[in-house]
Design a protein around this ligand. Structure first.
Ligand SMILES: [Zn+2]
Length: 85
């Protein structure tokens, strides 16, 4: 049995600076939902420490519940979730 994944229950901690990264973007890609996290401080360069978390689309509870959510704003133009059902 597969359990749905709620991205909000997952913390992304940077191995470089030790701070928690911020969810800044979302994009569907094939059967995956790709969430982008970045350090939002002056310690790390986002291009170096950026994290991409890939969630199987059919398990993604967050995007399914909020199909119009487009990320934190700065990268909202990357895409939108495809509503399911
Ligand atoms: Zn960092």
């Amino acid at each position: 049995m597969h359990h749905p994944i709620d991205i909000r229950n997952i913390s992304i901690k940077c191995g470089q600076c030790g701070n928690y990264q911020t969810l800044v973007g979302f994009a569907p890609r094939d059967d995956w939902h790709v969430y982008t996290y970045e350090c939002e401080n002056d310690v790390c360069a986002p291009d170096v420490t950026r994290t991409l978390v890939e969630v199987p689309a059919h398990l993604d509870e967050f995007a399914r519940r909020d199909p119009d959510w487009r990320g934190g704003g700065r990268h909202g133009e990357w895409g939108e979730a495809a509503p399911e059902d």
